[in-house]
Design a protein around this ligand. Structure first.
Ligand code: HEM
Length: 398
């Protein structure tokens, strides 16, 4: 029997696709490391797990974000991605009240201005880290705008969210990284409680003030739930969308013909975004726990087993995506699971697509070529997110 694949090994993080192809050949459900989790690699089974919360609980996400070494409950655990029905539905109904299309439309103008400034700056410098230059400021400015965080420095926010994302990848015995993650959780908790106190005293036109007002019947969000949602928005809104933009830039560098195509036909930008989401899903996996003994694709899973749904693998399943290892701009499939499926389907999907579209429209209209300026990329040490931590590039104007 071949040794189990470790989803946190350097070899896997650098290029997971051959490993996932091998797992798909072995079957839809295969045991992997760390921790002997069960990886779900085929699209049908991935979809089934995500739409069966009664059997596959989101409490599994706590394994990734709230390990024992943290020494406290990660306040993120009080937020929607970690909850099952009926708590999940109650919170989602409350939060959706503050997440309207109208609120998003108000962001458009702000986004165009931010994207323009970033691209001006990048073209002036020519050699930049794309993550610092575009992938961070675009979603950070949106989240700061939505939540009314005018005092927040983007570099600080990025460091925080990167540390939170890295919790799932901390190796046993790496006490320095554990201490750093603990300090970050404390700092984010303190910061968000301060913002809540400020908005209670002085409400504003922002999502935090809206959430303080939101009610289902007579019920409001508790303080822990508010802090949890605040942190969830910072992490879910920043790291994911930023990583999507970084993957887009990497695609431009790997396939130089894409940029002129999109410049000639900007209406292809949304399709380019969808194919990038499929090709390199920024959320690579979602974790669930079996609530009872279950059988999935003939594999017996004991109660309490951790199930790792690989969105990255499902997005290359040949049944739905022929030639899945090829980046095909004309691909028509609507079966992409990058934003999840079922009751936890991403609340920010529309916003993320809007951010990426506006940033890329500005980028492709003015940049002629992207060249990678490194031999080797460092990948996020995370079970859940997939993306390079930096992307040194040189840009040539159109
Ligand atoms: C490209 C960018 C993004 C990707 C790939 C992405 C992906 C996902 C995925 C896969 C889930 C499902 C998690 C699960 O089933 O456990 C999810 C949930 C969620 N996302 Fe996103 N997301 C993105 C951007 C955003 C943005 C911009 C926001 C908000 C500002 C956001 C907020 C959320 C929230 C609140 C949930 C939890 C929903 C629930 O549990 O009901 N996401 N996202």
């Amino acid at each position: 029997m071949s040794p189990r694949i470790n989803f946190l090994s350097r070899e896997y993080l650098e290029n997971p696709h051959p490993h996932l192809a091998e797992l798909r050949r072995q079957g839809p459900v295969v045991q992997v490391d760390p921790g002997g989790m069960w990886a779900v690699t085929h699209h049908d089974e991935a979809q089934y797990v995500l739409k069966s919360p009664q059997l596959f609980s989101s409490s599994g996400m706590r394994f990734a974000f709230s390990p024992e070494w943290l020494g406290r409950v990660n306040p993120l655990s009080y937020s929607m991605p970690f909850l099952d029905p009926p708590q999940h539905g109650r919170l989602r109904a409350l939060v959706t009240q503050a997440f309207t299309p109208k609120a998003l439309a108000r962001l458009e103008f702000h986004l165009h201005a931010t994207a323009r400034t970033c691209v001006d700056d990048m073209l002036e410098k020519r050699q930049v880290d794309f993550v610092d230059a575009l992938s961070t400021p675009i979603p950070a400015s949106v989240i700061a705008h939505l939540l009314g965080l005018d005092d927040l420095r983007y570099a600080q926010l990025r460091q925080w969210t990167a540390d939170i994302a890295a919790i799932s990848g901390v190796q046993p015995g790496d006490t320095a990284q554990m201490a750093r993650c603990r300090a970050t959780v404390d700092a984010m908790d303190g910061y968000s409680r301060q913002v809540l106190a400020d908005r209670r005293r002085e409400p504003r036109e922002d999502m935090v003030s809206d959430l303080l007002q939101a009610r289902v019947g007579t019920e409001a969000l508790t303080d822990d739930e508010l802090v949890g949602f605040f942190l969830a928005l910072l992490v879910a809104g920043l790291e994911t969308t930023g990583t999507l933009l970084t993957h887009c830039a990497r695609m431009f560098a790997m396939q130089p013909e894409l940029l002129p195509r999109l410049r000639a036909t900007p209406t292809l930008v949304p399709r380019f975004i969808d194919e990038t989401l499929r090709y390199e899903s920024p959320v690579q996996s979602i974790v669930r726990t079996c609530t009872e003994d279950a059988t999935l694709a003939g594999v017996a899973l004991p109660r309490g087993a951790l199930v790792l749904v690989s969105l990255l693998s499902a997005s290359r399943d040949a049944k739905y995506f022929p030639d899945g290892d090829q980046f095909i701009l004309e691909r028509e499939s609507q079966q992409n699971l990058s934003f999840g499926h079922g009751i936890h389907f991403c609340l920010g999907a529309r916003l993320a697509r809007m951010e990426a579209r506006i940033a890329l429209e500005e980028f492709v209209s003015r940049v002629g070529r992207v060249e990678l300026r490194t031999e080797r990329l460092d990948w996020m040490p995370s079970l859940l997110l997939r993306g390079p931590t930096t992307l040194p590039v040189e840009l040539l104007p159109a």
